[in-house]
Design a protein around this ligand. Structure first.
Ligand code: BGC
Length: 373
């Protein structure tokens, strides 16, 4: 039995890894969110144990893929999956997790909306002997979490920052204006991304190569609660009106594709055209964002292969339920305030016009046809 589970798990990991490399795999992403499973070994019969997966929202494409990939890969191993989305409603997620515990979940996988709000319910899980795994977003201030599967979150910010440094052509003699649109303050990832980004661009702000006319450089001034598109749009509109009446904004450093869409609407509303369109960054390489990269509306995004993340998380589920050993590559960075959580960090990959075909189409994430629709 254990052997079968292990073999199936290896098939999952192998297929997901292949999907990350040059050989195309079944597309993980489709408009309907029913991502294809990375695993194909239907001979495996799992334990029948119940894994409950709590996801933040269906309003963002990436979480649809994450949920679908987790469900498919866990079911492939014979687990029963209870997948629920809370539509960015903090209390709804608390209730969902309470219900998952009451319904007899054997393991909880949580991608938190506001992890501080989950501390009590995580304690309930611990008291009931249910292991908890943090998915993509760290669960803060709890010792109830066993493992954390994520992308290198500071690395996401570093890569966005490096891209700006390398491509903005900003010098003290020819400075560029920049505004920052960062993520949600209740999400640890947003803070790490900001730290990675600032490490790269601070020297250019210091020597006058980059100028932030609003002065909103501190995270407390440029974050976006719940990573909300409308909030980013309104803030961008306000900044353009107040600070860019006489000069163009050259760079929108956005921490997520949804924020980029918000900025694009604000820029269009303010009369920006191809002639003065700024560099716009993003994260997740959503289908829409990748189309924007092709058309030139968005400059770059960070590709995060959710199939790979799911496969790493599945090994952690295996570890807590079957006693297997999960792959861990970070035992230092993710201190949640109570414990340092053993983590696996997947590598984020910057994508732009020059490499999207190789990385995204070549990796089987979207097809040429999907991008042409
Ligand atoms: C994730 C990002 C995502 C953002 C908004 C973050 O926690 O790591 O990939 O863009 O949430 O959903």
């Amino acid at each position: 039995m254990k052997k079968k589970v292990l073999a199936a798990l290896m098939a999952v990991a192998l297929t997901a890894l292949t999907a990350c490399g040059a050989a195309p795999a079944a597309p993980a992403a489709s408009g309907s969110g029913d991502a294809a499973p990375a695993a194909t070994d239907s001979s495996s019969s799992g334990s029948g144990k119940k894994v409950a997966v709590a996801m933040p929202t269906q309003s963002s494409e990436r979480w649809m893929h994450d949920g679908a990939n987790m469900k498919a890969q866990l079911e492939e191993l014979g687990y029963t999956v209870d997948l629920q989305y809370a539509e960015d409603d903090v209390q709804a997620q608390v209730s969902q997790i309470e219900n998952m515990i009451a319904a007899g979940a054997d393991c909880l996988v949580i991608a938190a909306i506001d992890s501080d709000a989950l501390v009590n319910v995580e304690q309930q899980a611990k008291d009931a002997g249910i292991p908890v795994i943090a998915y993509d977003r760290l669960l803060m201030n709890t010792d109830a979490v066993s493992y954390y599967a994520t992308f290198d979150n500071k690395g996401v910010g570093t890569k966005i920052g490096e891209y700006i440094v390398q491509h903005a052509d900003a010098t003290p003699e020819n400075p560029k204006t920049i505004e920052l649109f960062m993520g949600s303050p209740d999400d640890n990832n947003a803070h790490m991304l900001y730290a990675g980004l600032m490490e790269q661009i601070q020297p250019l702000l210091d020597d006058g190569s980059l100028i932030c006319k609003s002065g909103q450089i501190d995270f407390e001034d440029n974050n976006t609660l719940r990573w909300d598109q409308q909030t980013a749009m309104k803030r961008c509109e306000d900044i353009l009106t107040r600070y860019y009446a006489d000069e163009d904004l050259n760079i929108c450093a956005c921490a997520y594709d949804g924020l980029s869409y918000g900025c694009m609407s604000a820029l269009e509303g303010a009369g920006y055209t191809d002639a003065n369109w700024p560099m716009i960054t993003g994260q997740d390489a959503e289908l829409m964002a990748t189309k924007h990269i092709i058309s030139g509306k968005q400059t770059m995004s960070i590709y995060k292969d959710t199939r790979l993340l799911a496969s790493k998380c599945v090994t952690m589920v295996q570890a807590v339920l079957e006693g297997a050993t999960p792959e861990i590559n970070d035992t230092e960075q993710y201190n949640n305030g109570k414990i340092v959580v053993p983590s696996y960090l997947c590598e984020p990959v910057p994508v732009d016009k020059d490499n999207y075909e190789e990385v995204i189409i070549g990796g089987g994430y979207y097809t040429k046809e999907q991008l042409a629709e």
